[in-house]
Design a binder for this molecule. Structure first.
Ligand SMILES: C[S@@+](CC[C@H](N)C(=O)[O-])C[C@H]1O[C@@H](n2cnc3c(N)ncnc32)[C@H](O)[C@@H]1O
Ligand code: SF4
Length: 407
């Protein structure tokens, strides 16, 4: 078989990227840009128009399919007004088939919280909030270049819980010392952050190990960090503390109370489809192909949009809005096994074996050699229902994934 074959199409999500922040954090490699200063402020109206043009031009590629989740990420989407987010979601509803039960998440930075605005986000249809807390320790927040204090972080969580209720907190561990020669985060400080987060009882928590990403200020001038063993110890202990507090560790960095997993991210990890709009946003869409003889082949297409907000708006609002997409590539038969596993093996409970064929369009025999090897090395287990990474597989995820790389 040359190309993929889909008997049903994967579930569909929508990702909306808002690319501005108050200030760029020195560790961050997301497509985020300091907001324009002065009288002009954020070009909110123009950007929403550009998002709608980007969405409209893609409609034929997912016509008739239901969107199950929406994620408004950034950058700092909470810099937008409640009215702007309301117009954005109304525009999405008017143009697509958005499920009335859709999970709709908005990312927020604690330096941007006002009660009234967040009540407005709720009115606009946002029903899940993801707040970038990072730490409750002021020295670490300063070392991370954050725009908020621990007190502001606590206040933001209270506002989030009072207005939207369904809240995720993002935290990081293995944090830097505030200055050269200083002491990096200790296990006790990491535990204090975990306990502080748990005290709010939010249904979802994300704990990321701070990584030095290329092309960031930290990569150019690395701060003192905990060593590899200390960071690995923190990861293990975070898992243990959260498990004791009743959270399922369901993905490498994600923890949820029963029934409160993030549907949107689960769709990424399950190799679902997602329409993407916004500067630098990445999309993935599967198309079933036309009837025999039509010449239209089934395929999985990945797209990436121009990163600079100004260029993105210019292109999306031009006579050819599709020019905001600068890269478009079909996922090849050689790459699809690796791309599927890169996502699905992050799920600690694994995934139903049938998902592979459903979501890649190829039989699972495409990756049987790699699966056999990983199983023999104790990195994963296969049952009738599922393929699941073992604890060893979770620790050595990259070693396992290498087996699925194209020869
Ligand atoms: C796009 S940010 C969204 C939240 C919002 N922009 C903020 O920072 O408040 C998503 C999350 O990724 C995590 N993150 C960003 N850069 C990271 C890095 N270099 N290492 C580990 N986690 C990182 C942070 O926890 C952050 O909250
Ligand atoms: S606020 Fe969030 S998205 Fe913006 S620079 Fe900092 S980590 Fe990156």
């Amino acid at each position: 078989m040359l190309g993929p074959h889909f008997s049903t199409l994967p579930p569909l999500s929508l990702y909306i990227h808002i690319p501005w922040c108050v200030r760029k954090c020195p560790y961050c490699d997301f497509n985020s840009h300091e907001r324009p200063e002065g009288k002009t402020g954020l070009p909110e109206r123009e950007y929403i128009d550009a998002l709608m043009a980007d969405l409209e031009v893609q409609l034929p590629e997912f016509w008739g399919r239901t969107i199950h989740t929406v994620f408004i990420g950034g950058g700092t989407p909470s810099l937008f007004s409640a009215r702007g987010i309301g117009e954005l979601l109304a525009g999405v509803r008017a143009r697509t088939r958005l499920s009335p039960e859709a999970e709709i998440t908005l990312e927020a930075n604690p330096g941007t919280f006002e009660m009234e605005k967040f009540a407005g986000f709720r009115e606009a249809g946002v029903n899940r909030l993801s707040i970038g807390i990072q730490s409750f320790n002021d020295a670490h927040l300063r070392a991370l270049g954050r725009i908020h204090t621990a007190t502001e972080a606590r206040r933001a969580i209270e506002i989030g819980l009072a207005t939207i209720g369904n809240v995720n907190l993002d935290l990081m561990f293995a944090l830097p010392a505030a200055r050269a020669g200083g002491v990096a985060q200790t296990l006790q400080e990491c535990e204090a952050d975990v306990r502080a987060a748990l005290a709010f009882g939010t249904p979802h928590l994300s704990f990321y190990q701070l990584t030095l990403e290329p092309n960031t200020v930290f990569a150019k001038k690395p701060p003192p960090l905990p060593d590899h063993d200390q960071a690995a110890d923190m990861q293990l202990r975070v898992e243990e503390w959260l498990r004791h507090a009743g959270y399922d560790h369901y993905e490498t960095s994600a923890y949820a109370q029963p029934g409160r997993r993030c549907e949107h991210n689960l769709n990424y990890w399950g190799f679902g489809d997602y329409v993407a709009i916004g500067a630098g946003a990445h999309g993935k869409l599967s198309t079933p192909g036309g009837p025999p003889g039509s010449g239209q082949r089934a395929k999985i297409v990945r797209t990436e949009r121009v990163k600079q907000p100004r260029d993105y708006m210019l292109k999306a609002l031009s006579v050819d809005p599709s020019s905001c997409v600068f890269e478009r590539r079909d996922v090849s038969r050689a790459d699809v096994g690796f791309e599927f596993m890169l996502n699905a093996l992050r799920l600690t409970d694994g995934f139903p074996a049938a998902w592979f064929a459903e979501r890649t369009g190829y039989p699972i025999s495409l990756v049987s050699r790699a699966l056999d090897e990983a199983e023999q090395e104790g990195l994963l287990v296969r049952t009738h229902e599922a393929i699941r990474p073992t604890e060893k597989g979770q620790r050595f995820l990259n070693r396992m994934l290498e087996k699925f790389l194209p020869a």
